[in-house]
Ligand binder design. Sequence first.
Ligand code: HEM
Length: 502
Amino acid sequence: MVFFTVMGYLFVASVSLLCLFCVDKWVRRWLYSSSELILGPSALPVIGCAYHFFGDPSNVLRAIIRTIDSYQDIVKLWLGYRLLYVLKKPEYIEKVITNPNALNKDFFYEPLVSVLGDGLVTLGGAKWRRHRKLINPSFNQKILDNFVELFNERANHLVKILEETVGERNVPLYDIIGACVVDLSCQTAMGVNMSIGNVEKRVGEVLEKLNELSTERSLKLWNHIEVIWLLSGKKAQFNYYIKRLRSIVNEVIQKKMQDEDLKELRRDESVIANDGYDSKRRAFLDILLTQTDLNEKEIRDEVNTFLVAATRTTTNTLTAIFTVLGIYQDVQRKVYQEIVDVVGVEGEIRPEHLQRLEYTERVIKETLRVFPAVGMFSRYVAEDIDLGNNVKIEKGASAAVPVVYMHRCDKFWTDAMKFNPDRFLPGTSSRHPYTYLPFSQGPRNCIGGRYVTMLMKVVVALAIRPLKVFSEYKSIEEISLKLGILVRMTDGPKVWFQRRVS
Ligand code: HEM
């Protein structure tokens, strides 16, 4: 009896799926017919090409790169009923990500919305434009220069922790740097001192878990089925960590609301009415909380977004920088020499030093090339986009930029897997600017790009002056990467520190 009931349900489910499939084929027939002109891996009904990318996250990344590599400038992927074009030609990438009809994010960002809320990363349309315009001034150079003192203070704190690891192998750098970066982001972008209550550790743990669970959901197709996600217990875990993240965000906002400077700013109507830059507006959170036209949820979602967007990306990149310095001792020697030449053997790093740390900046750029924290991003195409050469992306499709592929492709970079900071010497390359996209490009580029480059320079300079870093890896080719919401090393960083003897 039970057998016949189950078979009955299965039959009804299969027929419903088939009907949905046929209706979709008819309703979006223009998408199906025009996409036939572009090549891509074979797609099965219902699941599309997803079966090419099953496995653990490091295999998935390898499979994606292999697949993309075997096609020409644009690759068609059917993911379930969704159509995604992967762009490999920098000219195509430029046309799409600067196009006003491709400014909104696509289905890949759905799991992210539950983590970030409706903040700058996930918002689209007029709302995104309004928030971006509002937040942009808080990342101007004058404000960033004011942060350098705090960068020094917190980086010195990090150096002390790293000094305590001397003698240990396999230092847990992701955790140590992660805590320092959360602390720094709260103090600078948010203008809140959160070092009490262990916030850094709590945020680190929560973000790690959310990243793991979001990756599980995005990459394993069966987890998209709500009932499977629920029964596996993962949905409950996901909701638990989201709740914890929300409570940390509330703590940050509460703490900020007690800030006397902020209370003064909120009382001062002239400052609120003034659109221009005011020196009292130190942090982006000051601006958000003095805006009368943002409601409580909008503010909470932006704080959430910044806490997530600013921290894991920076942690992964700084960890990668220390790892490459550990592998390439000659590069580390040059970084050390530059710091001593520009800043001296001791003393703080000031804003004017930062511009002169040119080699260190090239090392950061080259690290972001081989280890881009954001391995891929994508957009929803709201109107047809003509890419030239008879190639068109139809409205309703998505377009993805495979950053990690572009950055490691021999077609664009001589000896792509060789770590060579001098590729970024001015005037040495004629490559298309859209082959290098660690912070994306165009109107939806990373708002924190300049901020984080300054921060990373201070951290690297202050750590490399008293300490030498070493790595078990012999080359970057040995380091396997895994794909999640962000890209990170599968088992790295395998580094340790020694005190520098002058
Ligand atoms: C090394 C560190 C970082 C990297 C590699 C990075 C990379 C990126 C990339 C590639 C995007 C575009 C994502 C997309 O289109 O989906 C982005 C967007 C964004 N990033 Fe970053 N980011 C970093 C640090 C930061 C920091 C420190 C902040 C804040 C202080 C930040 C805030 C944002 C925001 C708000 C957006 C969305 C911008 C918009 O759509 O208007 N990021 N980032």
